[in-house]
Ligand binder design. Structure first.
Ligand code: NAD
Length: 274
């Protein structure tokens, strides 16, 4: 059974990577998707390229750090379609670098997009879904929301917060008919590594290291996420390595700490100045 057919979904950060693939995959399954991103031109061209064979695609320019704008997108969607079935809070950014080097503005930017962006989506759509008595919110965290990697503490903080928020909301929403899941991908081959700001670390060395980590395409990731949605999983962990790391974190946090202390050597090798 195709549970996505004729459903209404909003996807944030849909101009590239995982968000783009989610929008494409949903549309191919008959969902009417509102694609949002702060990159207006890109989100329009992604939306235009989606074939109108099954569902439909409509682009909207949205910066998730703007709550009023986010609420308007949710309200407009409900006004047009009468309901909202899925909200994919997917937009995210990262700033690479050790905590001793990144500025307070870097911390604020990451927390603002990755955490406040999700909070804004929840504050705008969750009450609507409670009123409807149905709906599913998918908050994209990361394996870094379950395991603390060194080298981007602001990202780790934001993604751990998204997992906690999602777990709490899942309990609150259960008897009200609203489902909530946290999506925790491992390495997905997207533009995020090229586009991210990096502070006092050589991008080339970081990219070389990332390239060695087994990863999957955003299209494969989108399919895995939708499998998790079908099963209404609380945590949708994507990639084999991410599943292993999460299992290790639960079995032996001290072993994970040892792995991370080894991992930090790559970060130190990539430092520009000490
Ligand atoms: P991406 O850079 O390809 O896509 C992110 C999208 O979010 C971009 O289109 C960007 O324009 C948009 N965006 C950024 N800030 C925004 C804002 N303020 N308002 C609206 N849109 C904004 O990256 P991706 O890898 O597809 O990342 C998608 C999500 O998956 C992110 O939350 C990221 O943290 C998470 N994630 C990615 C990976 C990975 O390995 N790629 C792993 C785990 C989690």
């Amino acid at each position: 059974m195709n549970i996505f057919n004729n459903k209404i979904a909003i996807v944030t950060g849909a101009a590239s990577g995982i968000g783009q693939s989610l929008a494409e995959e949903l549309c191919s399954r008959g969902t009417h998707v509102v694609l949002t991103d702060w990159k207006e031109k890109q989100v329009c061209s992604v939306s235009d390229a989606i074939p109108a064979t099954c569902g439909s695609a409509a682009p909207v320019c949205l910066d998730v750090t703007d709550f009023e704008a986010y609420k308007k997108v949710v309200d407009d969607t409900v006004e047009k379609h009468g309901r909202i079935d899925y909200l994919f809070n997917n937009a995210g950014i990262a700033v690479g670098g050790e905590a001793r080097d990144v500025s307070i503005d870097d911390w604020r930017n990451v927390l603002n997009v990755n955490l406040n962006g999700v909070v804004h989506g929840v504050a705008a759509a969750y009450p609507v879904m409670v009123k409807q008595g149905f709906g599913h919110i998918l908050n994209t965290a990361s394996i870094e929301g379950l395991v603390a990697f060194p080298g981007n503490a602001s990202y780790v903080a934001s993604k751990h917060a998204v997992v906690g928020l999602s777990n709490a909301l899942r309990v609150e929403g259960k008897d009200l008919g609203v489902k909530v899941s946290a999506v925790c991908p491992g390495h997905i081959k997207t533009a995020i590594f090229n586009d991210s700001k990096m502070v006092n670390i050589e991008r080339k060395k970081v990219l070389e290291y990332v390239a060695k980590v087994p990863g999957i395409t955003p299209a494969q990731c989108a399919k895995e996420i939708l499998k998790g949605v079908e099963k209404n999983k609380a945590l949708i962990v994507v990639t084999a390595l991410a599943k292993i790391l999460y299992a290790l974190q639960r079995i032996s946090p001290s072993l994970i700490m040892k792995i991370m202390l080894h991992d930090i050597k790559h970060l130190r090798d990539a430092r520009i100045s000490n």
